[in-house]
Design a protein around this ligand. Structure first.
Ligand code: AHR
Length: 506
């Protein structure tokens, strides 16, 4: 077999599981310049805004069809007390954000977050405070958000400007409770999860989707205990809807190399390959955690919610250590495409995911520089993958060889195909080899006879370490992809090294 010639086949007329749009979710934490500067600039800012929220950022998030946004953390969630963030802003307490070593003004609170979600057109995902809060505080927040006017808390919400219930569905019951969220043992957390969840109300048509803190990376023992103890508790058997999983491709985990010391943009082939290997390790994680979940929940009622994932490198030089500001290259875009392909491959179990984080922190979609803003290469990937949202996954076969790094193996080309409600077939391809081009021969069976390839896009960089900056915002940007032949059944193309491509057939 010629490793530079890969043969793929898509069965376009086959049924497949729905790819939840919620696996393309985002995450915003009160960390670095994510919320303050990235989102919230205040109504008096000279930067265009709507009720204090940056309009350029909202437009960029709308453009990639963000389905949901998780907030306020992360670790910060287990230190956050929601009452500090409601009511007149002038009266909100100025306090320390101990989690990330910042000053917290509380200017961006519940109403501002939900206004942001409304402006973006996405669903909110709120992570409640189990670590330093109380059951009463968390259940009151849910009532404040979701109860119809008539109770004291709902009336307070109305007095603060929002009479209609917000209808928040997605609810995290703590975050990383094995670590920053309280350093708990799984048995202890399981009981806490059951206790807290039991008091979180369902209001009107809003049935909460309660997400339990899941494992870090490969802590299968945690998954086992939570699934055993929370899947079917005797009194309230449907108390858990989702189990979270956090995985940063930072190398602190099996396969075991410390890549967090890697810079964002100064890398060679070995570091590229290492990141790809750590990215593809997610396949093993999803497979093994799913196998445990299958034993306890064979009907797949409970979703695996990967509510934090992404590349975690060294801070960019000149940035404070607690900002976690990372520039991004095509390496991160290919990693994002590989990761989304894996979520889609595991769509039977993965119900939601959130890349960390949406703006100015870690694997972000957007970087702001004062009044300027740039979209990262990963933003382009999320845009190219948008046609997969809520589409039916299609079977793909491939003879792509594995590439090998000492930390693990990963496919030379990874592909996903789906059929949208309007019949459009979209194929996305991630090419992981940083040095050699590859020829692909992609055959689609079951297409309508008059189908043609339309709306092709390719994301490729002038060099692997190229970045988008305010002065050169489109160095790494998706461009029309027309450089292929298509005879109605087979697409033949040469993909350049390290790229992401997408084609839609109608
Ligand atoms: O995303 C940054 C941090 O990483 C989150 O706050 C925490 O949950 C994780 O450890």
């Amino acid at each position: 077999m010629n490793p530079d010639h890969i043969v793929l086949a898509v069965a376009a007329d086959q049924p497949g599981p729905k790819i939840s749009r919620h696996i393309f979710g985002q995450f915003a934490e009160h960390l670095g310049k994510c919320v303050y500067e990235g989102i919230w600039i205040g109504e008096d800012s000279p930067i265009p805004n709507v009720r204090g929220i940056r309009s350029d950022v909202v437009a960029a998030l709308r453009a990639i069809k963000v389905p949901n946004l998780r907030w306020p953390g992360g670790c910060f969630a287990d230190a956050y007390h929601w009452r500090n963030g409601i009511g007149p802003r002038a009266h909100r307490p100025l306090m320390r954000n101990d989690t990330w070593g910042l000053i917290e003004t509380n200017a961006f609170g519940t109403h501002e977050f939900l206004d942001l979600c409304a402006q973006v057109g996405c669903e909110p995902v709120i992570c409640g405070n189990l670590g330093s809060g109380t059951v009463q505080e968390m259940r009151d927040w849910v009532e404040y958000l979701n109860a119809p006017v008539g109770t004291v808390l709902a009336n307070e919400r109305a007095a603060n400007g929002h009479p209609a219930p917000y209808g928040v569905r997605f609810w995290g019951v703590g975050n990383e409770s094995w670590g920053c969220g309280g350093v708990m043992r799984p048995e202890y957390y399981a009981d806490e999860f059951r206790r807290y969840s039991n008091f979180l109300g369902n209001y009107e048509k809003t049935r909460l989707y309660r997400v339990a803190t899941g494992p870090a990376v490969d802590n299968y023992a945690w998954t086992e205990v939570i699934m055993r103890e929370c899947t079917n508790p005797p009194y309230n058997g449907a108390v858990m809807d989702g189990l979270s999983l956090h995985y940063y491709m930072n190398g602190l985990t099996p396969p075991g190399k410390v890549a967090r010391s890697m810079p964002t943009t100064d890398f060679g082939a070995d570091d590229w390959n290492r990141v790809m290997a750590h990215g593809w390790f997610l396949d093993e994680l999803l497979t093994k955690h799913s196998a445990i979940m299958d034993r306890h929940d064979p009907d797949h009622r409970i979703g695996l919610v990967v509510d934090e994932w992404g590349a975690w490198y060294l801070n960019d030089s000149g940035r404070p250590a607690n900002e976690y500001f990372q520039q991004q290259t095509i390496r991160d875009a290919v990693l994002a495409a590989l990761t989304l392909n894996l979520f889609i491959a595991h769509a039977e179990r993965v119900s939601m995911a959130n890349v960390a984080q949406v703006i100015n922190v870690l694997h972000s979609m957007i970087l702001t520089y004062g009044e300027k803003m740039v979209c990262t290469p990963s933003w382009h990937v999320f845009g190219m993958y948008a046609p997969h949202q809520d589409a039916a996954r299609l079977p793909v076969t491939s003879n792509a060889p594995l590439l090998h790094h000492e930390d693990g193996s990963y496919p030379r080309v990874s592909a996903t195909a789906s059929r949208a409600a309007d019949g459009a077939i979209t194929v996305t391809l991630a090419h992981t080899d940083p040095a050699q081009p590859v020829t692909i021969e992609l055959t689609l069976t079951g297409l309508p006879s008059e189908a043609s390839a339309k709306e092709g896009k390719i994301l490729v960089a002038p060099k692997l370490t190229a970045i988008n900056t305010p002065d050169a915002p489109n160095q790494v940007a998706a461009k029309p992809w027309t450089d292929f032949s298509f005879d109605g059944t087979t697409l033949i193309a040469t993909l350049p090294p390290g790229c992401v491509a997408a084609a839609t057939f109608r």
